[in-house]
Design a protein. Structure first.
Length: 278
C-alpha cells in the first residue's frame, strides 16, 4: 500500500440513500400543486424530480414564478408528516451500526434542509451515529457543488483522501468529480466556524488542507440503490475497494484499502466482508 491513506470517514447523501421519503415529498408537493389548481403527481413521477434542492423541485412543480409561495406551502405540509411517512431503507440501519462499530466517522450532506433531516433521523433513531448533518440552508452553494463535503471534511478533522462519499444519483457522482471550490483557507475556516451550532472548535482542532479533485468509483452495496463515490487519489480507475475489519475501538483507525485483486466489498449485516461483483 505504500503511504496510501486509509478511509476513516464516510459522508452520505440522505434521500434515496439512507431513507425513503418519497411518499411524504409527493404528498407535500401535491398540497402545493392543489393550492394552484394543478393535478396531483404520483410518487413515481416525483421520484426523479428529487435531489436538486427544494426551490428547484417547486419550480418544476408549479413554475419558477411561484417558488417563494410554493416553498412556504411545502415546508408547512412536510413538517407535519415527514417523520411518520419516512422509512429507513432495508439493511441501512445494520450497515450504519456496523460502520459505527468499526469506528468510522459518519456525516450527511443532503440537498434536503438539515432541520428536516435531523427531525427524521431522530424519529428513526439513528441521529446519534452521525457527527455532522449539512443541508443547503447551511452553505452558500448546494450540491452538486462540493462545498458541503469540504466543510464536513474540515469539521471532522480528516483529509479528503480519508473520506468516502456515498449517494444514489448521478448528481452524487458529479459531486465527487467536481473540482474543489476556489475558496481561500481563511474563507473556509470562517464558514466552518459559522456552522458550529452547539459547540466550538479551537483552531488546532480544525485541520485546513487543500481539497484535490475527487476521483470516483462506483459499486452497489447491500442497501438498495447505494453508490460509492470514492476519492481514490493516485489509484487507477477500475481498482476495487475493500473495507477492512476494525477489531477494537481503540488503537489505529479503520480503513478502506485497495486490494491487489478481487471484487469490491461491502459490509453485510453480520459485520463480515461481503464480496459484491463490480
Amino acid at each position: 500500500m505504500g503511504n496510501r491513506q486509509l478511509i476513516r470517514g464516510i459522508i452520505f447523501d440522505f434521500d434515496g440513500t439512507l431513507i425513503d421519503s418519497y411518499e411524504a415529498i409527493a404528498e407535500s408537493l401535491n398540497h402545493v400543486r392543489s393550492s394552484f389548481s394543478l393535478p396531483d403527481y404520483t410518487v413515481e413521477e416525483v421520484r426523479p424530480m428529487v435531489g436538486h434542492g427544494l426551490e428547484h423541485l417547486i419550480a418544476q412543480a408549479i413554475g419558477p414564478g411561484r417558488v417563494e409561495e410554493g416553498v412556504k406551502l411545502f415546508r408547512q405540509s412536510y413538517a407535519s408528516l415527514c417523520e411518520r411517512k419516512t422509512t429507513i431503507l432495508p439493511q441501512v440501519k445494520q450497515t450504519l451500526d456496523a460502520l459505527d462499530g468499526r469506528g468510522y466517522q459518519m456525516a450527511i450532506a443532503s440537498n434536503k434542509p438539515s432541520y428536516f433531516a435531523r427531525d427524521i433521523m431522530r424519529a428513526l433513531e439513528f441521529d446519534h451515529l452521525f457527527a455532522e448533518v449539512l443541508g443547503p440552508n447551511d452553505v452558500e452553494r448546494p450540491k452538486p457543488d462540493p462545498e458541503m463535503l469540504e466543510i464536513i471534511i474540515m469539521r471532522i478533522g480528516l483529509s479528503p483522501e480519508e473520506v468516502v462519499y456515498v449517494g444514489d444519483m448521478p448528481l452524487d457522482v458529479e459531486v465527487g468529480r467536481r473540482p474543489p471550490s476556489r475558496r481561500s483557507p481563511a474563507r473556509a475556516r470562517s464558514l466552518s466556524y459559522r456552522l458550529q451550532s452547539q459547540r466550538s472548535l479551537s483552531k488546532r482542532q480544525i485541520r485546513i488542507r487543500p481539497v484535490p479533485p475527487y476521483r470516483t468509483t462506483a459499486a452497489t452495496v447491500p442497501s438498495p440503490s447505494l453508490t460509492y463515490s470514492v476519492p481514490l487519489l493516485d489509484v487507477p480507475r477500475g481498482v476495487n475497494v475493500m473495507m477492512s475489519e476494525r477489531p477494537k475501538r481503540t488503537g489505529s483507525a479503520p480503513g478502506i484499502r485497495t486490494p491487489e485483486s478481487g471484487g469490491i466489498s461491502g459490509i453485510d449485516t453480520s459485520g463480515s466482508l461481503k464480496s459484491i461483483p463490480s
